[in-house]
Design a protein around this ligand. Structure first.
Ligand code: PLP
Ligand code: ZN
Length: 389
């Protein structure tokens, strides 16, 4: 176990993981890593664990060992007017989303500290991911969900056998107050251990492209945890001398719930909460993102942008990813591809540039009927078989 010191990206204050997870200035803390001397590893650990030298824990056993190492696929049919698209297929993680990277670090740390139980506040992928990762290393897991969650959203979570607690009351406060609990290690969307694990997605991307990182990385953003992790990892790679420029980072949100986009467009320094509307991209509908301001800093420092898309564009993107790319992605991930199209139209990304689209989650566990098309099929008699095609 390495010593874990935290630092605030905004004011530079430090703390330890046991003391607090957020800085006294209000911003989230992240783990202080020393990347000096880091090189692309020759270690053979599976998936994300080849980057264990930049992580606060050693590789675990169990399903957490299988996180990361997802394919980065060049997909010319999804190119937009000469911009070259690559899909980072995070749906191929053990529970079908990038959350497994952060859960693996959080749960492994808790186990090493002798904790018996981990927890999370989530109604979707993160709950599933924490429950599975905890099961794989013999820890108990508590999942706090909003009281009014639809039953079918709990099916995949319940399969891994966590304790499920429906909580009445404000979801944002539940998020913050769970982090104060001492008996259970809560690994929420933007907590330091989760952010540490989620750095590995961009380490994989940059190692594949080395020595020239891609020009643009586009991802759907909710809490801002993943974007913060990507930004942090890129800064570490730059200070290790493995990249000499940080790719432009682009955050995409659903127009009905886009607090980060609003703050970006208004030139605000901080992200504040909004009154959300309904969107089909429910996994990313966070109206009060805990790492919103940190995400905003990442966009500005990398010379990127934030963009909002309508559900109709997301549906079209989801359809195109499947029909022209062969990717069955979660609706929230399709938001990012809709964003790519907008960004290209606006001239934010130039012809010839390489775009990495982070397809954050798999569509296989999501029940969607495409409202615009339905399922087309026809029935024939077996003797008519030679007439098909
Ligand atoms: C959690 C999640 C996101 C958003 O990630 P944040 O770190 O909360 O910004 C995007 N897509 C999917 C599929 C997710 O599960
Ligand atoms: Zn601070």
């Amino acid at each position: 176990m390495r010593s874990v010191r935290l630092r605030c990206y905004a004011c530079g204050a430090t703390a330890t993981l046991d003391e607090r997870k957020r800085c006294s200035c209000g911003e989230p803390l992240w783990i202080d890593t020393d990347p000096s001397g880091f090189e692309w590893p020759d270690r053979r650990d599976p998936g994300m664990w080849r980057y264990a030298d930049l992580l606060p824990v050693d590789p675990p056993s169990g399903v957490g060992a299988a996180a990361g190492g997802t394919p980065l696929v060049r997909t010319p049919r999804l190119d937009v007017d000469g911009r070259r698209l690559f899909v980072k297929d995070e749906g191929q993680n053990p529970t079908g989303s990038f959350k497994d990277r952060g859960s693996a670090v959080g749960v492994t740390y808790a186990a090493a500290m002798g904790r018996e139980r981990v927890g999370t506040v989530s109604h979707g992928n993160m709950a599933m991911s924490m429950a599975a990762t905890a099961a794989g290393c013999g820890l108990e897991c508590t999942v706090c969900v909003p009281a009014d969650i639809p039953e079918e959203r709990l099916e995949n979570i319940a399969r891994y056998g966590p304790e499920i607690v429906r909580v009445e009351g404000d979801y944002g406060r539940l998020y913050d107050e769970s982090l104060e609990l001492r008996e259970i290690e809560f690994v929420n969307s933007d907590t330091p251990l989760r952010v540490a694990g989620q750095k590995t997605v961009v380490l994989e991307i940059c190692e594949t492209f080395a020595p020239e990182p891609p020009e643009a990385i586009v991802l759907p953003v909710s809490s801002g945890g993943q974007l913060s992790a990507i930004w942090k990892a890129l800064r570490e790679l730059r200070s290790a001398g493995l990249i000499d420029r940080i790719p432009r980072l682009y955050a995409v949100q659903a127009a009905a719930c886009a607090p980060i986009v609003r703050a970006f467009e208004r030139g605000n320094e901080r992200v504040s909460s909004i009154e959300p509307g309904e969107t089909i991209a429910y996994s990313i509908a966070n109206a009060d993102p805990p790492s919103g301001t940190r995400a905003l800093a990442a966009l500005r420092e990398s010379d990127g942008a934030a963009v909002a898309v309508e559900d109709r564009e997301t549906r079209a993107a989801r359809r195109r990813l499947a029909r022209e790319g062969g990717f069955n992605v979660e609706t929230s991930s399709a938001v990012a591809y809709a964003g790519v199209r907008r960004l290209c139209e606006r001239g934010e990304i130039d012809a010839g540039e390489r775009i990495v689209l982070i397809a954050t989650g798999s569509g296989f566990k999501e029940r969607t009927t495409d409202e615009t098309s339905g399922i087309e099929s026809r029935t024939i008699e077996l003797p008519e078989l030679s007439t098909i095609g």
